[in-house]
Design a protein around this ligand. Structure first.
Ligand SMILES: NC(=O)c1ccc[n+]([C@@H]2O[C@H](COP(=O)([O-])OP(=O)(O)OC[C@H]3O[C@@H](n4cnc5c(N)ncnc54)[C@H](O)[C@@H]3O)[C@@H](O)[C@H]2O)c1
Ligand SMILES: [Fe+2]
Length: 374
C-alpha cells in the first residue's frame, strides 16, 4: 500500500504583519526564535507573549542537551501555544516544546524510553529554505553521547499549522540560503528515487527540484549578497514541497552519510548533504542506471536545458560547484581513521534512512564513498 498526506495545515501570508494579526499573540504563547529575527520582526510589534531565544542555550544545530536546557526553562512558563520562527534548528526544537513533559531528557524520546504526547498547539514559521521541517513529523538533534545526529520521526511531532511568509527570508545571507536550499535539493532528489515514492510524492519532489535549480541560475546571474525576492519565495515553496515529499517517502544515504560529519565537525546540515550528493547518486547510477534514475536524468536534462550530448549530472555538479565549491572532507577536519568509524556509525545508527536508498549500499560501498571524498 502507498499512502500520502499533507500535514499540517499550510497558511501563506503576504507579510509578517498579516501573520501577527491573524495569529493574535497572547500572554499564553511562547515564541521560540533566534535573536536577530526577534529584534527585526517581533520586538517592533510589542507582544505580551513569552520569548525564548535559541542563542541563550547554544550555537550551531540542536543537541539533546541543548533541548533539555530549553525544556527546563520553557516548562516554567506554563504556555499553552508554541510559535516557532526560525530555521530547521528552531523548528525541530519547538516540536519537543509542544509535548507533554513525560521526561526531562530528550534522549529518552529519541530512545523510545518516554512517551511522545502532544499537548500544546504548535505553529511553525520557517525562515530558511531547506529543511521543510514545518511539514514533517521529524526532529533531528546531535546526540552528544553517540557522536552523531539522529532523527526522530513520530506523529506527535507534527505541527498544527505551517505559516509561510516569504518576506522573513529577504535578509537571509546568501551562504545560508545556498546551504539550506541544498538540503531541500537533497530531500527532493532522495525522495524522488526512494523505493516508497509514488505519483503524488514525485510531483512535489520534481517541482522542488525545478524551482531550486531555476533559482540557482537566477542567483548566479545576480551578484547581490542577499537573496532577491522572487528567489526567496520560490525557494521557500521548494523547501516546503520537498518537505512534503520526503516527509511521506523518506530520504536515504545522502543524509545518512552527512550526519556523522555534520555532528563531529559541526558542518551545517545542508553543506554536509551537498558533499555526499554527487557521490551517492553516482553509485546509484552505476548500480542501477535504469528505472527511476533514468527518469530523473531525463527530468534534469529538461530543467537544466541540456542538449542531447550533455550529461545533466555534470551540468548540475558545475552549477552547484559555482554556488558552494567542492572541497575534500579532510578540510572539515575529518581524519583518515574517521573513514572506518563513520562507515560503522552509518550502519549502526542510520538504518531508518538506509532503508530508503534507491539501491542497497553495503558497508564497504559506504566506506568507499567516505574514502573517495576524503
Ligand atoms: N525536521 C526535519 O524534517 C529536518 C529536515 C532537514 C534538516 N533538519 C535539521 O535542521 C537543521 C538545519 O536547519 P537550517 O538549515 O534551516 O539552518 P538553521 O536553522 O541552523 O539556521 C542557520 C543559520 O541561519 C540563521 N537564520 C535563520 N533564518 C534566518 C533569516 N531569515 N535571516 C537571517 N538568518 C537566519 C540562523 O540563526 C542560523 O545562524 C539541522 O539540525 C538539520 O538536521 C530537520
Ligand atoms: Fe535534510
Amino acid at each position: 500500500m502507498k499512502q500520502f498526506q499533507i500535514r499540517p495545515v499550510i497558511q501563506c501570508f503576504a507579510s509578517f504583519a498579516e501573520f501577527a494579526e491573524q495569529t493574535g499573540f497572547t500572554p499564553e504563547d511562547c515564541i521560540f526564535t533566534v535573536r536577530h529575527l526577534h529584534e527585526q520582526w517581533l520586538k517592533p510589534i510589542k507582544i505580551q507573549s513569552s520569548v525564548l531565544l535559541f542563542e541563550d542555550y547554544g550555537s550551531g544545530e540542536p543537541t539533546d542537551e541543548m533541548i533539555d536546557r530549553i525544556l527546563a526553562d520553557f516548562r516554567k512558563l506554563k504556555c499553552k501555544r508554541v510559535i516557532a520562527v526560525g530555521g530547521g534548528s528552531v523548528l525541530d526544537i519547538a516540536k519537543f516544546l509542544a509535548l507533554k513533559p513525560t521526561t526531562d531528557t530528550a534522549l529518552d524520546w529519541f530512545e523510545s524510553k518516554a512517551q511522545l504526547i502532544k499537548d500544546k498547539e504548535l505553529i511553525l514559521v520557517p525562515t530558511t529554505c531547506g529543511t521543510g521541517s514545518e511539514m514533517t513529523c521529524i526532529s533531528i538533534a546531535g546526540i552528544l553521547s553517540k557522536g552523531t545526529k539522529k532523527g526522530l520521526a513520530a506523529e506527535p511531532l507534527f505541527a498544527d499549522k505551517a505559516a509561510l511568509i516569504p518576506e522573513l527570508l529577504y535578509g537571509l545571507p546568501k551562504p545560508v540560503m545556498v546551504t539550506s536550499s541544498l538540503d531541500a535539493l537533497a530531500h527532493a532528489m532522495e525522495s524522488f528515487v526512494a523505493p516508497r515514492a509514488h505519483a503524488y510524492s514525485e510531483l512535489f519532489s520534481m517541482e522542488a527540484i525545478r524551482l531550486i535549480l531555476k533559482s540557482y541560475k537566477t542567483l548566479l546571474a545576480n551578484d547581490s549578497d542577499f537573496v532577491v525576492r522572487d528567489v526567496a519565495e520560490d525557494l521557500l515553496m521548494a523547501s516546503n514541497y520537498a518537505g512534503i515529499a520526503f516527509g511521506n517517502v523518506g530520504v536515504g544515504a545522502v543524509h545518512a552519510l552527512a550526519y556523522p560529519l555534520g555532528e563531529k565537525y559541526h558542518v551545517f546540515h545542508g553543506e554536509a548533504c551537498a558533499r555526499f550528493f554527487g557521490a551517492v547518486f553516482q553509485v546509484y547510477c552505476s548500480k542501477k542506471p535504469a528505472g527511476k534514475m533514468q527518469v530523473l536524468t531525463r527530468q534534469l536534462m529538461q530543467v537544466l536545458d541540456c542538449s542531447e550530448d550533455q550529461d545533466p549530472w555534470v551540468s548540475m555538479a558545475d552549477l552547484l560547484n559555482q554556488l558552494l565549491p567542492a572541497k575534500p572532507l579532510r578540510e572539515y577536519g575529518m581524519t583518515e581513521t574517521d573513514i572506518e568509524s563513520f562507515a560503522d556509525s552509518v550502519i549502526l545508527e542510520q538504518q531508518r534512512l538506509l532503508v530508503n536508498n534507491y539501491v542497497e549500499l553495503s558497508r564497504d560501498e559506504i566506506r568507499d564513498i567516505f574514502k573517495t571524498l576524503w
